[in-house]
Write a protein that binds this ligand. Sequence first.
Ligand code: FAD
Length: 405
Amino acid sequence: RFDAVIVGAGQAGAACAIALRQNGFAGSLLLIGDEPELPYERPPLSKEYLAGDKSFDRLLIRPEAFWAEREVDFLLGTRVIAVDASAHSVNTDGGATIGYGQLVWATGGAPRKLICDGHHLSGVHGVRSRADVDRMIEELSDTERVVVIGGGYIGLEAAAVLSKLGKQIVLLEAADRVLSRVAGEELSRFFEGEHRAHGVNIRLNAVVSCIEGEDRVSGVRLADGEVLPADMVIVGIGILPAVEPLLAAGAQGGNGVAVDAQCSTSLPDIYAIGDCALHANAFADGQMIRLESVQNANDQAGVAAKAITGSGDEYAAVPWFWSNQYDLKLQTVGLSTGYDATVLRGDPATRSFSVIYLREGRVIALDCVNRIKDYVQGRKLVVEGARIDPALLADADTPLKELPL
Ligand code: FAD
């Protein structure tokens, strides 16, 4: 039995263990993770790691010695398959039963798979783990033509890296613009233009009918019958939260485990944090959402750690996110969902501009491309829900911090 068990040794699980020790938690602490590696950062997987610019040891959240010094134990390569909330224990795929005092569920999610023939062929890759990306890297020398399915951040980042490595890329997006789930049209059109300028063939409103090939992928067939030849297919169509064992144990939720402001689930002594936690977010009008970001993983980890150590805190952190494509650094603050107007600040043709999202006249989010000052100064506008004349917001020569709130 451990005083605290964290299931999922990823971003949120690691951050929670670190925060627990920082807050003086002196009990025994175990992280159970189904990947073989110590906790590592995922963002570089579709960026510097795929590009070969960063080695794996530089992705580790902390070196091995850090965990040993703080007496954090690990059970890696091990999956939790069941939770018994009344007995306060979990069962692993290795047949072990492990008791806990407090349980933190930090399992993230698994890449959503295509539901069509051929989705299992070799050469078809998701992008979630080091193992996924290592498999891609191994195949790259025999790969010329890549079809990327999904125009979200991960698909776009992978397309940017692989096109720089000289691959021929077709990117298929089912909607009428890339990034449609997370950004406004100005940003989508800008990134489409950038990718096209780098030779990526972006196909919008594309409906995949199946993946073709014998053992290995040879192409992607579209609903209109066209076949796009491919040596590799990368699927970036979102994740499914890994919450089945908890829901089976009776936790409330659906698309994630429902948690309150302290990251407590509906089950006693069980918390959920990170990509798998369905929470009421103040920056989404209090709606229950899941956020897939390092910010959310780290901040919820801190909240759960405080709840466990009795110092109490409520989750109210400002959402932020970033994405690197080519030499473009996108930084976002706030959540743009539900916007009813946008203000363009600066000229996208200069490759340095921001899109400011408004709802009922209030600033709710900014997407800043190569404009770090807007990102830093815009945060306050989001926190305050500032009402500012759109003409002033649009004036790229006046720093946001000088605008009257
Ligand atoms: P994870 O980090 O996924 O950790 C969960 C761990 O739990 C995994 O190791 C999983 O295998 C394990 N697990 C699952 N089920 C079980 C089980 N039953 N038993 C044991 N272990 C289990 N965010 C940003 O903010 N900026 C970015 O630029 C960015 N880029 C990204 C690029 C890529 C390619 C990916 C995949 C993600 C990116 N993200 C980015 C998102 C960010 O990495 C995630 O939001 C973050 O990792 C979430 O942390 P987590 O701990 O909730 O989940």
